[in-house]
Design a protein around this ligand. Structure first.
Ligand code: DX5
Length: 249
């Protein structure tokens, strides 16, 4: 199945970085039962960020089992041109690379799209929106980091909210069906502001997997995000989006 396109339904995307590394599939099962269908795999190379995490074999192992989630592989790596195709081949539904690590993003975007994978581009907190705005016509997902990449469990940086709003306004103005993904520190306090600023794909690691009841936390965050998003953007949904929302029910 192809990666889902934006449909006006806000997604809380559990980050497997916060799952039990010794039992990732078992960690995912209750979330799938609650309705989660999209997981984020944070790939870290120890160079772009001072941490090491997953390789492509995690993606292919998860995808090899029935009921696998959609997976976005978020590459926090110094050489995305080398590794993005590897994660695409492993079965990622989206491969997201950092603008800061790719001097010629359009060439890599084209190469990835030609391979059939959906493409995301991410920016760190200190990187302005301008570079991502230019790429909106070419990408399927724009990722605004709301923490410095490298570790889960950090605090949400509220100064990123205007950057999110600027990108949401541009996506809607262009009529682009491009996810606006938020990653870092999304929890009960920040889920509504992040969705109100226009995020429709909110990555949450600690707030989900470290909760006493991860499935209940996912449901609570999803409801709060949808309410905040609809209040701010419900009427402004681009015609394409509103039609697809009607279809999605
Ligand atoms: C940072 C990671 C984290 C992770 C989410 O590089 O990308 O943001 O996905 O972790 P929490 O939700 O715990 O901040």
């Amino acid at each position: 199945m192809k990666a889902p396109r934006p449909d006006g339904k806000v997604r809380i995307v559990p980050s497997l970085l916060a799952a039990d590394f010794a039992a990732v599939r078992q960690s995912w099962a209750p979330l799938a039962a609650a309705g989660a269908d999209w997981a984020s795999v944070d790939v870290m190379d120890g160079h772009f960020v001072p941490n090491l995490s997953f390789g492509p074999d995690l993606v292919s192992a998860l995808k090899a089992k029935p009921g696998a989630p959609f997976i976005d592989s978020h590459l926090m790596v110094t050489d995305p041109a080398a590794y993005a195709p590897v994660f695409a081949a492993a079965g990622s539904d989206w491969v997201t690379f950092h603008l800061e690590a790719c001097p010629r993003p359009k060439a890599l975007i084209k190469k990835l799209k030609d391979s059939g994978v959906a493409v995301g581009v991410a920016i760190k907190p200190k990187t302005p929106a301008a570079g991502l705005l230019k790429l909106l016509p070419d990408i399927d997902l724009a990722l605004v980091m709301t923490v410095e990449p490298g570790f889960g469990g950090q605090s949400f940086i509220p100064e990123m909210l205007p950057k999110l709003r600027e990108l949401r306004e541009a996506i809607d103005r262009l009529g682009r069906r491009c996810w606006l993904q938020v990653d870092g520190g999304v929890n009960d306090k920040w889920v509504a502001p992040a969705a109100a600023a226009g995020g429709d794909s909110l990555v949450a690691g600690s707030a989900v997997f470290k909760a006493a009841d991860p499935a209940a936390a996912w449901k609570r965050l999803t409801a709060a995000a949808q309410e905040a998003f609809d209040k701010e953007w419900g009427a402004a949904l681009t015609p394409t989006l509103s039609r697809s929302r009607e279809r999605a029910g």
